[in-house]
Unconditional design. Structure first.
Length: 107
């Protein structure tokens, strides 16, 4: 069985937009899901700290270089535009995101 690279990051959603953020992810566009899968994504989860609005994202990818290219797709840019009113974003509407370093893993 091939090992996947585990990635984690934190982002922030506005406190008055929690429900809409979850709704939009529950209704993830099929073409966005297909793009994520085409870029080697497995087991993608996002968790919310309701007190702070901090999001914790965890995913496994086949290859980090391939994963990094997802941000260049038109559907990803469209998704960022769609999500921009709900969360902290950069000037290109990508989420403000901080990558986390793995310090422990038990398999």
């Amino acid at each position: 069985m091939k090992k996947h690279t585990r990635l984690a990051s934190v982002m922030r959603v506005y406190k008055d937009r929690y429900d809409e953020y979850e709704k939009r992810h529950n209704e993830l566009w099929p073409e966005m899901k297909e793009t994520l899968k085409a870029h080697g994504v497995h087991r993608y989860s996002i968790f919310l700290d309701v007190e702070s609005g901090q999001l914790f994202a965890y995913l496994e990818v086949d290859d980090v270089e391939t994963w990094d290219k997802v941000s260049e797709t038109e559907i990803c840019k469209k998704w960022w535009d769609y999500m921009e009113p709900l969360m902290e974003t950069n000037p290109d509407n990508s989420p403000v995101s901080k990558q986390l370093q793995s310090v422990f893993y038990l398999e």
